[in-house]
Design a protein. Structure first.
Length: 149
């Protein structure tokens, strides 16, 4: 890890969030967003008679689902420094320079790059597992870290 980042975190009494906590937060967020999509499309889902019809229905709303993910991530990270999953796991996102909650531009950048990373077979997330600072592509792009609360 960059020694400067390590020194900043140490001087503020912060530590990087472990990969397991980040993965659990990711899972919680994905389940919440999936549940919201199912609720929003519940009438259509109940009318679908086969799995293929459900898949076709879901594929029709892929862009809306991605937009919902961008809005969800950006809003909660900007407002609270964490999504609902991160809040439950007691971790949060901070800007490297200020160690404060990201502003709207940083949160939006982070959420857009996050969705792009998901579309690219989650390679950006894999990058974060191997990175010493545990920074995913969206963290690197937005110059953020995920730390324990």
């Amino acid at each position: 890890m960059n020694e400067e980042i390590q020194d900043i975190l140490h001087s503020e009494g912060m530590s990087l969030a472990p990969i397991k906590k980040r993965a659990a937060a990711f899972f919680i967020d994905e389940m919440l967003l999936s549940l919201l999509l199912i609720i929003a499309l519940s009438d259509s889902f109940f009318e679908a008679k086969t799995v293929e019809e459900m898949i076709i229905l879901t594929n029709k709303f892929v862009l809306e689902y991605m937009a919902m993910k961008v809005f969800y991530q950006a809003f909660f990270v900007m407002q609270y420094g964490a999504t609902l999953g991160k809040l439950l796991m007691k971790i949060r996102v901070v800007e490297i320079k200020t160690l404060q909650t990201p502003n709207v531009i940083v949160a939006l950048n982070r959420s857009i790059v996050r969705v792009v990373s998901e579309m690219l077979f989650y390679l950006g997330f894999l990058w974060g597992v191997m990175d010493p600072a545990r920074q995913t592509w969206h963290d690197k792009s937005a110059k953020t870290l995920v730390v324990n609360v």
